[in-house]
Design a protein around this ligand. Structure first.
Ligand code: KG4
Ligand code: ZN
Length: 347
């Protein structure tokens, strides 16, 4: 049974500086971290990349089993690195969506077990909002701001009005940008995950190929789309192979990156202009992309905006960002969850 006493403990965290454990298992990283306020005490990430590489992408069932194998060891390691015991944790925040159902359930079950055993509050965390919160870690960033979240599963522009107030301004109508990076890389025979490989090769090439022209510029509803560009690159590669023409891989990488990123950056700048806000915050796995980081900084600053992004290790999936998101829920007393919490794959 989850008790009234636990809810009272949650209420008592309001306005304080709690020690929060974060648990993340939505895709292919099993991660556990502990934060005291905005300060990281430990940040453990067990990546499954090597396991999935031979399949060329994440196999959901394999991911779930692998999370089950390592989650307890990750929790133990996070506690020992932080030099704490479970009795010193004030609350546990867990990713409950979006993500792969079986994978999410491992983290949610582990978090519930800890909270039930120790009678401490459970906080539900939206993975995408977690990515944004990577930018609060060890910084003094304050809302409001505009945030671009670009990852393997999401491409969205948010107006973040407060620590617990997220408003969607625009999003992709189809594929996520990271998905497009991974698909193009796979076709080029590059290992999974393809994003970092394309990033590396693009630096050696020139953006000379026009795959798919966005002649209309920024969409008035601030929406984005990646399926057309993805298909155009796929067709380009297939056609070249059929004609036995050599593909200049660095040029394909540089051209695809420029087309994928340029419209994303102009759309984010346009959203920021409309909002009247002055800060752009980048987040998500694709925030590690060097061209995106540089382009957003240049374009943002040219328009008078401050541009902020997390260190590389906090761009891709980790639990420090999940603990950070949960911390704000705890101190503002929202998103408390009980033992009926379920995973929400398409949150
Ligand atoms: O945020 P994340 O770890 O997982 C999701 O929530 O989806 O993002 C993973 C995505 C993958 O598609 C990966 O290829 C991409 O981020 N990525 C990159 C780079 N590093 C990771 N894409 C482009 N350039 C990079 N340097
Ligand atoms: Zn993610």
């Amino acid at each position: 049974m989850y008790t009234q006493k636990t809810k009272a403990k949650f209420d008592s965290l309001r306005g304080g500086n709690p020690t929060v454990m974060g648990i993340e298992s939505s895709c292919d990283e099993t991660a556990v971290a502990i934060l005291k306020g905005r300060q990281v005490l430990s940040n453990v990430v067990a990546s499954q990349i090597e396991i999935h590489r031979k399949y060329g992408g994440v196999v959901p069932e394999v991911a779930s089993r692998s999370h089950t194998d390592v989650i307890v060891a990750c929790i133990d390691q996070a506690l020992s690195q932080a030099n704490l015991t479970l009795d010193q944790i004030d609350a546990v925040g867990v990713t409950y969506g979006a993500g792969l159902i079986g994978a999410l359930l491992v983290g949610v079950s582990a978090a519930k077990a800890i909270c039930l055993a120790k009678d401490i509050p459970l906080i539900k965390v939206n993975h995408i909002q977690g990515h944004v919160c990577a930018n609060y870690i060890d910084t003094d960033l304050k809302p409001p701001f505009i945030s671009l979240v670009a990852s393997g599963g999401h491409t969205s522009i948010y107006q973040v009005n407060g620590y617990n107030d997220y408003q969607v301004l625009g999003a992709t109508r189809d594929d996520a940008i990271g998905e497009a990076f991974d698909k193009v890389a796979r076709l080029l025979g590059l290992p999974y995950p393809g994003g970092p490989q394309i990033d590396r090769l693009a630096k050696q090439g020139k953006p000379t190929i026009k795959f798919y022209k966005h002649d209309k510029g920024v969409n008035s509803d601030l929406s984005l789309s990646y399926s057309g560009l993805k298909t155009a690159v796929v067709n380009y590669i297939h056609n070249a192979r059929q004609r036995n023409e050599e593909i200049n891989v660095p040029d394909v990488c540089a051209s695809f990156t420029a087309e994928a990123v340029d419209l994303l950056v102009s759309t984010t700048v346009e959203a920021t202009k409309r909002s009247g806000l002055k800060t752009i915050v980048l987040a998500g796995g694709v925030a590690a992309n060097s061209y995106l980081r540089e382009k957003l900084k240049t374009e943002g600053e040219r328009n008078g905006f401050a541009v902020v992004y997390p260190p590389l290790n906090l761009c891709t999936d980790n639990a420090a960002m999940i603990a950070m998101r949960a911390y704000f829920s705890a101190v503002e007393n929202v998103d408390y969850a009980d033992m009926t919490l379920n995973a929400r794959p398409s949150l």
